[in-house]
Design a protein around this ligand. Structure first.
Ligand SMILES: Cn1cnc(CNC(=O)c2cc(-c3ccc(F)cc3)cc(O)c2O)c1
Ligand SMILES: [Mg+2]
Length: 214
């Protein structure tokens, strides 16, 4: 019955993880995707770097671009204090449906709003429709050619403040060269590169942290 890889991942989590235990959800997605079918979750090596950047930022309002199956949403929200707000944008309805179930199973759905649609439409709605003032933390993990335009859109919509952290996945593989060039040279960000590895593979990848200067 599980026709898509994403449904098979969900099924494996529902069968093998512990309801209400985010770490077991993360561990089981990693187990399935390293042993059975590769998939584009940020994974555990880059995930540990993500954990550390989230912990040091201690954010209250977080935006994620690219939910996929909800792995990084669970990974980030398991570290957050009660009362924080996490918005995650997913264009693909099938991915969004799986992600909602995985986030729910992890017991984190109260913190998370899965917004279905395109980032270009949703980002301009965050202030008025979703009552966001500014974003403390943005995890960028969607289509790689959207990283730069969507970062510029966040600026244009006044969603970034001094110290807002923009953390981008895959800046080596598949790569986001125009985004890297922009954040490193436009003068508005303090950038740090975190070398790591592509999820479930031995290939080199990296995260880029860009802190908005305000
Ligand atoms: C269809 N789609 C919906 N959302 C997205 C955005 N994500 C990616 O494209 C993405 C791709 C890869 C990747 C793919 C093939 C390969 F050979 C090496 C790396 C890894 C990631 O971590 C990603 O986030 C794509
Ligand atoms: Mg990624």
């Amino acid at each position: 019955l599980c026709q898509t890889k994403e449904q098979r991942i969900l099924d494996f989590v529902l069968k093998n993880a512990v309801r209400g235990d985010p770490q077991s959800v993360i561990d089981n997605i990693d187990k399935y995707c390293s042993q059975r079918e590769w998939s584009m979750n940020v994974g555990n090596e880059k995930g540990i770097i993500l954990d550390n950047v989230v912990k040091e930022s201690n954010p209250s309002t977080i935006l994620e671009l690219g939910t996929y199956c909800g792995y990084s949403a669970v990974r980030i929200c398991r570290l957050l204090k009660p009362g924080v707000r996490f918005f995650t944008v997913e264009f693909n309805p099938a991915y969004a449906a799986v992600a909602k179930q995985i986030i729910e199973f992890a017991g984190l759905i109260d913190k998370v709003q899965v917004l279905e649609g395109s980032t270009g439409d949703i980002i301009p709605q965050l202030k008025k429709k979703y009552e966001v003032d500014t974003l403390d933390f943005v995890f960028v993990d969607h289509w790689k050619d959207k990283y730069k335009p969507d970062t510029q859109l966040l600026e244009k919509c006044n969603l970034l403040r001094k110290g807002s952290v923009v953390l981008a996945d895959n800046v080596i593989v598949p790569g986001a060269p125009d985004f890297l060039e922009y954040v490193r040279n436009c003068g508005k960000y303090d950038c740090t590169n975190f070398p790591s590895f592509l999820e479930y593979m031995d290939e080199k990848d990296a995260l880029e942290k860009a802190v908005f200067r305000g």
